[in-house]
Design a protein around this ligand. Structure first.
Ligand SMILES: [Cu+2]
Length: 306
């Protein structure tokens, strides 16, 4: 993270601050709210004190710990998935700073970058989070809790492994393309990931060949892009560009710390439905899987709340 920090505004006015701006030991997640005034990225270029470890790789950080109560996922039906965030005193955290309209965002993905889900659990008074989840296919999964404890000036992304028991069929290697299809929609990506720097990615949404110009705000922006690094599922920073345009283009700045392959997952809302377009990007280009794994709709679960 030696490169200039790219700062931008979320679609509806939330200021996105890249983690390097906070100094060592803190990481602001893609959904973490800004609590610092906007600054020019160049001022942070070459900041060797910036944290070198991306989010999502640790189950505990700065005293906070993710405690998974339900270690397995069902592939046959939707089951309550429960977890807690323990604070530095070991007590279940119950007070959160809201970001993008939610106190906590839960991302679920299989280790081979398939089966992405972005859901919003419900917090019980005792600090237990719960959301109905069903894994589309068996295999090893990673869950990411993206949240900001009240009183803390930056967000945390804690990750944990869970498993969906059954016959695991890993996804075949990805094939180069710049297009993803979801229902009647086609999403294309222009721009390339470049290791160690902020890369501009322009995603264009069309429906049945026609540009979509009436995207709807979802969680405070016209699109949300999550990037996961292939191999360790590091959870990376992707910031949308300030815009009031509801499509067809959504511009993001993705900062990837190393060469390699990354899963990119775009959530967008149109005509009342949230859909996810999935890409696999490499630092040489953009690819998508040959045969995407069928998964349950990530936004159809009762716990999602949209
Ligand atoms: Cu969310």
């Amino acid at each position: 993270m030696k490169t200039p920090v790219k700062l931008s505004l979320f679609g509806l006015g939330l200021v996105a601050i890249f983690a390097a701006a906070w100094g060592a030991g803190t990481l602001a997640g893609p959904f973490a709210p800004a609590t610092q005034p906007q600054a020019h990225g160049d001022e942070h270029g070459g900041d060797s004190a910036a944290p070198a470890v991306p989010g999502g790789l640790q189950i505990a950080q700065d005293g906070y710990r993710l405690e998974v109560v339900t270690p397995t996922l069902s592939t046959t039906d939707s089951q309550p998935f429960r977890f807690k965030v323990l604070d530095p005193d070991g007590k279940a955290l119950t007070s959160y700073t809201r970001a993008h309209e939610k106190d906590l965002h839960l991302i679920v993905a299989r280790r081979d970058l398939t089966g992405f889900q972005h859901v919003h659990p419900v917090l019980a008074p005792d600090g237990t989070w719960e959301v109905p989840l069903r894994a589309g296919q068996p295999g090893p999964y990673r869950v990411f809790a993206d949240f900001q404890p009240t009183g803390r000036d930056s967000g945390l992304i804690l990750g944990a492994d869970v498993n969906a028991p059954g016959d695991y069929q890993p996804q075949p290697p990805a094939q180069v393309t710049r297009e993803a299809k979801v229902d009647d929609y086609t999403v294309t990506i222009d721009g390339d990931l470049v290791a160690g720097t902020s890369s501009k990615l322009t995603l264009t949404v069309t429906k049945a060949g026609a540009p979509v110009t009436d995207l709807e705000p979802y969680l405070g922006a016209f699109g949300h892009l999550v990037a996961l690094r292939d191999g360790d599922l590091a959870y990376l920073h992707v910031h949308p560009e300030e815009t009031t345009k509801a499509g067809p283009q959504i511009v993001f700045y993705a900062e990837v710390p190393s060469a390699g392959t990354y899963g990119l997952f775009l959530d967008f809302q149109h005509q009342g439905t949230v859909r996810t377009a999935q890409f696999t990007a490499t630092t040489n280009g953009v690819t998508v899987p040959v045969a995407p794994t069928a998964t349950p709709s990530p936004h159809g679960s009762p716990g999602h709340g949209h």
